[in-house]
Every structure is written in structure tokens, then in C-alpha cells.
Write a new protein. Structure first.
Length: 51
């Protein structure tokens, strides 16, 4: 769980930096990448629970 929280923090920081750099279409890309990150985290959670 600690590793997942660190990964989420890094993802959020990188997303904020990315949105600052590419501010032309930042909202759509930000939402898409956030959804992908949430899906990846949920998949990892389910795999850990199955084990």
C-alpha cells in the first residue's frame, strides 16, 4: 500500500508538470491519464487481493 501511494504521488506530480508544460489541451489529456492511472492501480490492487 505504501508503494502504491508513492507511485500515485509521483504520477500526480508528473501530471501537474506535464499540464504546465503542455497547457494547450491540458484538461482532456489530464483526465485521460488520470483515468488510465486509476485503472492501473485498481488492476494491481485486484491482483494483490487474489494472491
Amino acid at each position: 500500500m505504501i508503494l502504491l501511494r508513492i507511485l500515485l504521488g509521483l504520477i500526480i506530480v508528473s501530471l501537474s508538470v506535464y499540464s504546465l508544460i503542455a497547457s494547450k489541451a491540458n484538461l482532456i489529456g489530464y483526465l485521460i491519464i488520470m483515468l488510465v492511472a486509476l485503472m492501473i492501480v485498481t488492476v494491481i490492487d485486484r491482483r494483490r487481493r487474489q494472491k
